[in-house]
Design a protein around this ligand. Structure first.
Ligand SMILES: [Zn+2]
Length: 653
């Protein structure tokens, strides 16, 4: 059975429905050549927990029919080496006019067991169509090269076979949007889900042991009960002739209007980002870096560098606790209130950084915790100080061990919002939420939710905290650790650990799809990262001297921050309303350039991130067929080339 969508071709086996081939008309190599079903189910049996059901050569689809452009394949049951299992599945496929294939799966479970996991689509047999080591998997905030990196070390024990299997959880570090692309600069395959929810889901990637072939499978956790019917979200599979951007355009066209980015508040609009400060480094030290009464000094320093949002870490006596108690080492409640009032007079919004996604088990009711299928909690420990040996979780200090609470648990949500109300009484309107994620399933039956539904209740709680904060100040913000396509609709920015350790190119797909989301990067003292973050249009989270210092104490860094703040304000419309067309930079290059468009205006920012003078040649900028003038650029300086249609005139700043 062959389906065509423009020049994309999809071939299924006529009898079994196995996916045989995905390709592009006129191109000799397939994007996928395989012999596996488009879905794969977990059906744990009491005596065989990893038991699975998948379509094989033996399974004939009972009925293959077409209604208009849609094909429908029906399987009445599925078999495994353990026998025949009464699980009926209907697979629907439809070619779309944009060159993609829309697919959907319906499952009815007639077995006495639960189906906790469904892999769909399950794309097995993905091939490289260029040099294999350069074939890339783009995930939104990560780029992987599976044929280069996913292999068992030579001669290693067979357990290291795990190296050729990876799993990415939606909303965690690497995979923040329900999209991926696999391919090279000339062609590839993109896949996205039309689901606008935030159920726990993941992406499983497995490299074949011997062949240069990959499986990429989308993992859902619907927990289909006996007698229950589950219908998957619709997926679009698009073979294309282009780089990852060609594969991201359809997702952008679908998701961006449905998931509009949170509007900036007056404290973050036209600004480079935010300032973060650490009152007391890592809680344990005797001598704090700042006291509550010092807040206005930090606020003034931030304001002088164009920053109007100040995230306060380590305000409290203990973390991973509710309610949150102020730290007497840092001053009194009255001093903090006064300091917050003064910050507001300076025009700076103080934000309380809170950490209560995970709570010390001895301080909270047992019913609050996230539990696995056997009732176990999931714990973590964060005892950290550079004076400990070792600095992280020394054996003699496990003070901050805590366990994840379930955001769907009503009493926990109430306690969190009550703690926010206490912060509001001090004058805080805004919250920065540590660990704004849910990557595990919760099976606590008394919580009254499906095991995979944790993020939406957490987002509802976050939105309520934001609404409550808006009664203090209509420009209240909500920010937090990690972000995804759904959270960026209310999350004003992320506070997480993005720095320059990985290439910032990895962030490009998310930037491309949601260019107005204030995707944050931490900048301590490096002028190089300050410049690169600016060129890329990232939200800069200033953490001078590890959050313990003032920006102004380093004159060169301070001067550059001031220049950038001014430029960011002048050209705010490009960053806040325009399109981001991407950044060009290769490792080792002295210069980095980012291109933006706003209506008929274009902005090209070029920065010298090296320590020597460079001569920028005159260059043509491809999308608008224009030529930039040559320029000399000293170390850590930047130029802005601004072009308006019709005037053919560059203004160089
Ligand atoms: Zn729960």
């Amino acid at each position: 059975m062959d389906l065509s969508a423009r020049d994309a071709r999809l071939t299924l086996d006529d009898k079994t429905g196995l996916l045989k081939r995905l390709g592009l008309a006129g191109f000799h190599l397939p994007l996928l050549e395989g012999n596996a079903g488009l879905f794969d189910l977990a059906l744990p049996l009491p005596d065989e927990l990893p038991h699975r059901l998948r379509v094989t050569d033996r399974h004939q689809a009972l009925d293959v029919s077409s209604i208009g452009p849609e094909w429908q394949l029906t399987y009445l049951s599925l078999s495994s080496p353990r026998g025949i299992h009464e699980v009926s599945c209907v697979l629907r496929l439809r070619p779309e006019s944009d060159g993609s294939f829309a697919i959907r799966l319906q499952i009815v479970n007639h077995t006495p067991h639960v189906i906790p996991q469904v892999l769909f689509p399950n794309l097995s047999g993905l091939r490289a169509t260029g040099p294999a080591k350069q074939e890339a998997l783009h995930l939104g905030r990560a780029i992987k090269f599976p044929f280069a990196s996913m292999q068992q070390p030579d001669g290693a024990a067979s357990f290291y076979d795990l190296y050729r299997r990876s799993y990415f959880t939606y909303g965690m570090h690497e995979w923040p949007m329900k999209w991926f692309n696999f391919g090279n600069e000339h062609r590839g395959l993109s896949v996205f889900s039309k689901d606008l929810g935030a159920a726990v889901q993941g992406l499983y990637v497995e490299r074949e042991k011997k062949a240069r072939s990959l499986t990429i499978a989308w993992a859902h956790y619907p927990h289909i009960q006996t007698g229950e019917t589950w219908i998957s979200p619709e997926f679009l599979i698009q073979p294309h002739r282009g780089d990852w951007r060609a594969g991201a355009e359809s997702y952008k066209a679908y998701a961006a209007p449905k998931l509009p980015t949170a509007k900036p508040t007056r404290y973050i609009r036209d600004s480079l980002g935010a300032r973060s400060l650490y009152f007391s480094t890592y809680l344990y030290d005797n001598e704090p870096n700042f006291r509550y009464r010092d807040l206005p000094i930090v606020a003034r320093d931030a304001r002088e560098h164009g920053l109007k949002e100040l995230v306060c870490w380590f305000l409290f006596d203990g973390y991973f606790e509710l309610p949150m108690k102020l730290n007497p080492k840092l001053g009194t409640e009255a001093e903090l209130k006064q300091a917050i009032t003064e910050c507001r007079q300076i025009g700076v919004n103080p934000v309380a950084f809170v950490s209560c996604r995970s709570i010390k088990t001895r301080t909270a009711p047992a019913a609050w915790f996230e539990t696995d299928e056997h009732g176990n909690r999931r714990t973590q420990a964060w005892s950290y100080s550079l004076d400990f040996i070792p600095p992280f979780n020394p054996p003699y200090c496990n003070r901050d061990e805590s366990a994840f609470v379930c955001p769907a648990q009503a009493d926990y949500r109430k306690a969190f919002l009550a703690a926010c109300a206490d912060l509001q009484k001090l004058g805080f309107s805004s919250i920065c939420f540590d660990q704004l994620f849910a990557d595990r399933l919760c099976y606590a039956s008394q919580h009254g939710h499906k095991p995979q539904d944790l993020l939406m209740p957490m987002y509802e709680m976050a939105k309520q905290a934001l609404r409550d904060g808006q009664t203090i100040d209509p420009d209240a913000t909500f920010s937090g650790e990690f972000f995804n396509d759904v959270s960026q609709t209310f999350q004003h920015y992320n506070w997480d650990w993005i720095t320059g350790t990985n290439s910032l190119d990895e962030l490009e797909p998310f930037r491309f799809v949601f260019p107005h989301f204030r995707l944050g990067i931490l900048v301590d003292r490096g002028r190089r990262w300050l410049l690169e973050a600016f060129v890329r249009g990232l939200f800069i989270n200033f953490l001078p001297d590890g959050g313990e210092g003032l920006i102004a104490t380093d004159p060169d860094f301070s001067a550059l921050a001031r220049q950038l703040a001014e430029a960011r304000q002048t050209y705010a419309r490009f960053f806040e309303e325009g399109d981001y067309l991407g950044t060009r930079h290769s490792t080792g290059d002295p210069e980095i350039g980012g291109l933006y468009r706003h209506g008929e205006e274009w902005l090209l920012i070029v920065a010298n991130v090296s320590e020597r003078d460079i001569q920028l040649p005159s260059r043509s900028v491809v999308p608008i067929a224009m030529v930039t003038p040559a320029a000399m650029l000293p170390p850590f300086e930047f130029r802005i080339f601004h072009w308006r249609a019709g005037q053919e005139q560059w203004i160089t700043v």
